[in-house]
Design a protein. Structure first.
Lengths: 351, 351
DNA sequence: CTGAAAGCGCTTACAG
DNA sequence: CTGAAAGCGCTTACAG
């Protein structure tokens, strides 16, 4: 009863490590009175296993408190059971935007239900990017969920050629990339809200657009233009430097300066809109009386602004679910294609 | 030159799996003209390796594009090179609070610099909790960073007895737990801001406290009481049901109802304060003229409220750094003790 | 300083 | 349906 006992650590180096070795498959097999192979079979689907063996093994697993050693399993299956969630953004964009957080949480939850784990990686710097590449090349993960909103991201291209399944969130950051993506319909949503502002009778509808190297910056502006065309007021388009509150404030200030007669504004994200509302307030413009304000995202903040923000809802939970589904399909070797999800208008007090 | 080539997948089942087997240590050893053991030694510190061998191996690694197989390594070292970041919170608290996000990002970044990866796990439901336990028991991670603000969390106790290193963020969720923690000085911060409100000449200082099963709820209220004692106005303390904007709105409304003469309020979190400002605004109270408002956290939102929020700064980046340091020490088998980090007052427009 | 060898705990054809 | 055996790619004493 000394051998393999957990209570008396073996002397050969065990003291240094102090890891309690749990029961192995061998132990379970012995208790169940079957071979290691049979135990493995019940673990992996229980095909070709007699009811008696099955029961014996399950009982033995319970008794011994067996839990599979993932390293050993991965070594032979070449599957890690994990995927990387890679945030490839400049630092400053990262910390503020609630959109990423919601996405991350949703992905974690859904993956967990599939018994797959999520390892979070940041890729803001060249060092971090090379770490990501080494990591995925090293077989630590079976695939990657890439969140990258800015064009020309070097990581996307590298990942694309790394040979493992990748799905990107949002419009792919560069042409010629073969990886599938899942995106909300930015352009359609922008059309929706711009049309809505028009339908409220406003005629001088300006916009605070996002940075032009981002999908949100390009697509949402395109949607705005789809609706307004030449009816967009002169100097009615200002680009924010990033998707932050501060940038929204600055852009709105500039807009009021160049286009003081505006009576509505479509702001390309809720975070920007928070800053824009601030600027409007300081300028003495009443929302919605003087100026209608429409946002984009429907993040938690949208309901808490003064007045509450009319905005475009991105179905983030669904985006997450579809990203995971596509990635899991790819990992399983099945084909999967890109998906674009519809956005909807959410009416509140600001427009 | 056929053997081991990546271009022609071996026929035995390789088509199904389609994983390009990268070069192994064996390949590197052959190219370098040394044994596998020597390659391993340069990988693990390069002690007892001659300069020539070292150079040869490094060259061979570069040429072959070798990258270590973590599964194989983990199998023998019993180290995964990863830690779990476990968010043990009810769902509703999770999605909104920026504090967790900042913490998560900071931990990911710091761990990355140590070449350690972070796997994110949610533990809101019993199913998720049991998955976390199975996961850590299975040796997937070397330790866990536990974020759990509510008392009586069953997970904390389970993790505590799981035998692997755990460090918790904030006050430990139950007495008798032996795991170290890293916390911001909630009580001291609350004292700081309450005293500040007093120093502004206000005499009827109320508070919106957090839920009483959370560290923030208990400690920050204690700090408030430390300063005010019996000078706290009657019906001047209302507990929010959780740390959300909506709860802040509700609590402030109740406070105004029960204690209409209040001239200052310490709100136990910025998110709550956003809701409280809303309620004050609707009630026609001017901030800071009629009512001074102080928050807690100094999250990104604090600078964007109207007026900007005077608040208590939690040194989250430092909390993250210390959590990681403590955990890594524990994993390395070195002792480490709990740490409480000082909080500071940040003056803005609301008080 | 270095090589040969054992062993980590699993899965998976291969025979029965 | 089931067992025996090979092998996944590494690390680590053990001898030299």
């Amino acid at each position: 009863m000394v051998e393999g006992g957990g209570e008396h650590p073996k002397s050969r180096g065990a003291a240094r490590r102090a890891q309690r070795r749990g029961p192995t498959m061998e132990d379970v097999a012995e208790v169940a009175g079957v071979s290691r192979g049979t135990v493995s079979r019940v673990l992996n689907g229980a095909f070709h296993v007699s009811p008696e063996s099955l029961a014996a093994v399950q009982k033995a697993m319970r008794e011994t408190g067996y839990v599979v050693n993932q390293s050993a399993r991965s070594l032979v299956t070449r599957r890690s059971g994990a995927v990387a969630f890679v945030l490839s953004e400049p630092q400053d964009r990262l910390f503020e935007d609630p959109v990423f957080n919601v996405l991350l949480r949703a992905c974690t939850q859904i993956l967990g239900e599939e018994d797959c784990s999520l390892v979070l990686m940041l890729a803001s710097t060249p060092e971090e990017r090379s770490r990501v590449i080494r990591f995925v090349q090293g077989g630590h993960v079976d695939g990657v969920l890439l969140v990258s909103t800015h064009d020309g991201d070097p990581l996307a291209a590298q990942l694309d050629s790394a040979g493992l399944p990748v799905v990107v969130c949002g419009r792919p950051p560069a042409a010629g990339l073969r990886m599938p993506y899942v995106a909300a319909d930015d352009r359609g949503g922008a059309r929706l809200i711009t049309q809505y502002l028009l339908d409220q009778g406003r005629r001088r509808i300006a916009t605070v657009a996002g940075p032009e190297d981002t999908a949100g910056g390009v697509e949402r502006l395109a949607g705005y233009r789809d609706v307004l065309g030449r009816r967009a007021p002169a100097r009615g388009i200002v680009r924010a430097t990033d998707f932050s509150i501060a940038a929204g404030y600055a852009a709105m200030t500039e807009l009021l300066d160049g286009c003081p007669t505006l009576d509505a504004v479509f702001v390309a994200s809720d975070l920007l809109a928070v800053g824009a509302l601030e600027a409007l307030h300081e300028a003495g413009r009443r929302v919605p009386d003087d100026v209608l304000v429409g946002g984009f995202d429907d993040s938690a903040m949208a309901a808490a602004t003064r007045p509450p923000l009319t905005t475009v809802r991105q179905p983030l939970a669904q985006v997450a679910a579809e990203m995971v589904e596509v990635l899991l399909r790819l990992i399983a070797g099945r084909p999967a294609s890109s998906r674009v999800l519809p956005t909807t208008l959410v009416r509140r007090g600001s427009a």
